[in-house]
Ligand binder design. Structure first.
Ligand code: ADP
Length: 880
């Protein structure tokens, strides 16, 4: 019941963050502007005897020692909390909890000054009390839950869930603490009473801020900075972790302790009611209505303004207690700056040393040596109770890991662990039975095991290695563990160091783009452009490691800026060509005829089209070879490249044919008559995917100024090379200079299947002199088989999606399905034209070799005089 209430409250705070924040601030402002003038004037100081003076001196000495102790304790505690957060949590948590502390102390200070009317020198004691009582672990827990969300809605839900779990216990704690500390306010000892008031206010302020301002602020921060999604690793840890955090909190909720607290509350309430009642009676009897607080306020109130200077001096003046505090602070700063960084350095050095040693050392011996040689490291890591799975992601101790992204070595991973349970450094693995029990527990699963234990289960064939991500319910952790397994099994530990794997959204990869994932490959992406195509400008992303390619294509785009490129889509149809077999050529030819009859084709189409909203069968091409039939299904597939879609339709359609010809044997859904990812004349002749033609008329001036050649030479080289040369080579669809270069670079950048560059690069580049005197250049590129899509496959990945977005063709075109994919095909063809223009010009001008030396080789290997002569435009050379 109370949990539900707190959940609703949490929901309210996160859904109306601005309202809650403004309300909290307004309350603070009100508190600060409360007028205390009505309070009674302070009593006149009475004349004191010498005995009083001695007593006061003793009192001061005791007070000073107590306060110094409390302050030291507060500093040490604050330092411990900060250090723990810094080591265990990431920078976001540190920032958020820092904000919580700062804001809470601000409110606390205001409350202390205004409610207690304390002076500046008292305030420093109050602040120490506040530091001692602030409940950072709860704030951290809530921040963790929020950061684990993958969207804003989840942020709200997680915070509400967190509030519902910690709310009841926190409320009870706040009440009990206030009542216990409140007893101090009844002591009659002025100093103790004052300190008790500080502590009470500290507890209450902490509670109120945690219940209102903090969740609202958390929700707002995450919404505005979108921290919970891609920028931090928390978000990828998933629901298992949330459950784990909540479970941890739940475990802390001990019902017996809670009941004791409730009983204590009742008892303390009675003490308070009784004491305060009698106090009031006493005051009433004496005609005094002031409370201790009011006394205090009154005492300080009137003197404050006149003695402001004195107060400041009091604050600044160094007493023995301040000196102790200063020394302590200094020691902690020195420890933090010099010694802790040194420890991290040692860890980093150790990591690299381990990489070196890994290959020679047997596993057990190696581990023994680590613990023997560097006992510090094992001890440095906190125990499981303090740390959970996400803790280690952004810690400083993982800096090495972030840099080189490796924790593929069992030994190193002992130091730089990535799982919740791995934080128990130096602990040995649990037994196989114990691990299996945890693994099979539906509430825990492999997520609750250490990396080492998961590896043991993989080795014992209890967890399939390809299912690691699913088993540990955390894709990145799964990939990390697989790297460790592969590292030790295949002895490729060193090789994996430079293959990154962290900070990648594997959720999009799993079950769709890649299996047995061990990382990702960063490929440089350049752009060529602007490319003026059909009166629109495009900046074309190209992912390549071939120097000169982007530069060359870019020059082509520049040359085409004045005239622009015009494109036409002349065909659209992805193909699948299954092979079927009949008992005889008679039966086969009968079936062939049946399929070629329009009415029967209509039946096949109906079946095919029923398979998808987007797949539409346009035609079939049937070829016979003995008793075999090859049926090439040609269909539009919307914005998808369409292989999956068309396979599904083909299968359904063939099943329909099989009902008419039960003797037909479907040998393979793909009978290579498609033809996918292999050189084949059928694609060149019939087309596959999008068939595109582009043309441009480049003015003579551009040919001479930008392309540094002339039309006659260009046309001559094109005929000799791309026509006659390719014919001599027996080429099919290779009547171009380097279409595959551009196609592949754009394919990789935009998440296409790079293997489809085989047919997609089919291209015929034609050139003619143009104009009255043939002074201008007419150029066209014909590409009949660009297999391309903007949905499905690698297009769903974030980086590839960004490149599609650059071109304005990301995802499905809602109004006109297929339009995005067609536009991308036009862009590819036009970019190919730009690339052809540039390379052919370089060849015509004889610049190729020089350009190659300039762009593809380091200048340091060139003689100086030679490199100075290189004032030629860039071109690509690997295409001759
Ligand atoms: P492919 O067939 O290229 O391998 P998929 O198998 O992933 O790609 O198919 C594309 C998926 O995207 C299909 O499930 C299809 O229903 C869906 N889809 C959504 N919008 C479109 C669209 N405009 N064009 C094509 N498919 C689309």
């Amino acid at each position: 019941m109370s949990s539900r209430l707190f959940r609703m409250h949490g929901n309210f705070c996160t859904s109306h963050p601005w309202e809650v924040i403004v309300a909290t601030l307004t309350m603070t402002a009100c508190m600060m502007t409360v007028d205390y003038q009505y309070q009674t004037p302070p009593p006149k100081p009475t004349v004191r005897s010498c005995g009083d003076c001695i007593e006061e001196a003793e009192y001061h000495a005791a007070d000073m020692i107590t306060m110094t102790l409390i302050r030291s304790l507060a500093i040490l505690f604050g330092y411990y909390q900060f250090n723990r957060l810094r080591k265990l949590d990431n920078k976001y948590i540190l920032g958020i909890t820092g904000l919580f502390t700062v804001f809470s102390s601000f409110i606390f200070t205001s409350a202390a000054i205004n409610l207690l009317g304390i002076d500046v020198s008292d305030l420093k004691d109050a602040i120490f009390f506040f530091l001692l009582l602030i409940d950072l672990p709860k704030a951290v827990m809530l921040a963790r839950l929020a950061l684990n969300a993958s969207n804003q809605e989840e942020v709200k839900t997680n915070i509400s869930r967190g509030m519902s779990v910690v709310g009841p216990s926190l409320t009870l704690d706040a009440i009990v603490e206030t009542l216990v500390i409140g007893v101090g306010t009844l002591s009659g000892v002025h100093r103790l009473e004052r300190l008790s008031y500080f502590a009470c206010i500290s507890v209450l302020v902490n509670y109120v801020i945690f219940m209102t301002f903090y969740p609202a602020c958390l929700s707002l921060i995450l919404e505005y900075f979108q921290l919970s999604r891609s920028t931090n690793s928390y978000a990828r840890r998933g629901s298992a972790l949330i459950a784990k955090i909540l479970k941890e909190e739940d475990h802390r909720f001990n019902p017996v302790v809670q009941r004791v607290k409730v009983i204590m509350t009742a008892g303390l309430m009675m003490v308070h009611v009784h004491s305060r009642w009698s106090l009031r009676d006493y005051e009433n009897q004496n005609g005094v209505t002031r409370t201790v607080i009011e006394d205090h306020i009154a005492l300080n109130g009137t003197e404050e303004a006149s003695a402001a200077h004195g107060q400041i001096m009091k604050w600044i003046a160094l007493g023995a207690d301040q000196i102790v505090i200063l020394i302590l602070l200094l020691a902690l700063v020195i420890k933090f700056v010099f010694f802790e960084n040194k420890q991290e350095l040692t860890e980093q050095l150790l990591s690299s040393e381990m990489v070196e040693r890994r290959t020679e050392m047997p596993k057990k011996e190696s581990r023994r040596r680590i613990h023997r040689s560097f006992p510090l490291i094992s001890n440095n890591f906190p125990s499981t109770g303090q740390i959970s799975s996400e803790d280690d992601d952004d810690t400083d101790s993982n800096m090495v890991d972030k840099e080189i992204q490796t924790d593929c070595f069992p030994e190193i991973s002992d130091v730089e662990s990535s799982s919740p349970e791995d934080d128990r450094m130096g602990e040995t693995c649990r037994s196989l039975e114990e691990c299996l029990k945890i693994y099979n527990d539906s509430d825990l699963g492999a997520a609750a095991l250490r990396d080492e234990e998961v590896i043991m289960l993989v080795e014992k064939k209890q967890i399939p290695a390809y299912q690691l991500e699913k088993a540990v319910e955390d894709a990145e952790r799964g990939v990390g563990i697989r790297r460790r397994i592969l590292g030790s099994q295949a002895k490729v530990t060193k090789a994996l160091i430079n293959l990154p794997y962290k900070n990648y959204n594997y959720e999009q990869v799993m079950g769709a783009c890649c299996e047995n994932v061990i990382g990702y490959l960063p490929i440089p992406v350049g752009y060529a452009g602007p490319l003026l195509l059909d009166s629109k400008e495009f900046y074309v992303p190209m992912a390549t490691t071939e120097g000169c390619l982007v530069a060359s294509t870019n020059r082509g785009c520049r040359a085409l800026m004045k005239c622009g490129v015009t494109s036409c889509i002349v065909g659209d149809g992805m193909t699948r060509g299954p092979v079927v077999r009949f008992p005889s050529i008679k039966k086969a030819s009968e079936a062939m005829k049946w399929m070629q009859t329009p009415d029967n084709f209509a039946v096949m189409k109906k079946n095919f089209d029923s398979s998808s909203r987007f797949a539409r069968l346009d035609k079939i091409l049937v070829k016979i070879a003995g008793r075999y039939l090859f049926v090439r299904f040609v269909a539009r597939t919307g914005d998808a490249m369409g292989m999956n879609m068309i396979s599904k339709g083909t299968e359904i359609s063939l099943k329909g044919v099989q009902e008419i010809f039960p003797e037909m044997e479907i040998l393979s859904l793909s009978g290579n008559f498609c033809t996918d990812k292999k050189p084949a004349a059928v694609n060149w002749i019939e087309g596959r995917g999008k068939s595109v033609v582009c043309e441009a008329v480049v003015p003579a001036k551009i040919v001479s100024t930008i392309l540094k050649t002339d039309v006659h030479t260009l046309v001559d080289v094109n005929n000799s090379k791309n026509m006659i040369g390719s014919a001599m080579a027996g080429s099919i669809g290779g009547f171009n200079a380097h279409a595959a270069n551009i196609v592949t670079a754009v394919f990789i950048a935009t998440g296409q299947d790079p293997a489809q560059n085989v047919s997609s690069s089919n291209c015929m580049t034609l050139m003619e002199p143009w104009g009255h005197h043939g002074e201008d250049l007419y150029i066209s590129c014909t590409m009949p088989s660009i297999e391309i899509g903007t949905v499905g496959g690698g297009t769903v990945l974030k980086a590839q999606g960004a490149c599609l977005d650059m071109l304005g063709v990301k995802g499905a075109n809602i109004e006109n399905p297929g339009e995005n994919a067609s536009q991308l095909a036009r862009i590819v063809c036009a970019t190919v034209l730009a690339g052809e223009l540039s390379l052919m010009s370089a060849l015509a001008a004889g610049h190729l070799v020089k350009s190659h030396l300039r762009h593809n080789r380091s200048r340091t290997v060139l003689p100086n005089e030679f490199s100075q002569q290189l004032i030629i435009p860039p071109c690509n050379d690997n295409n001759v």
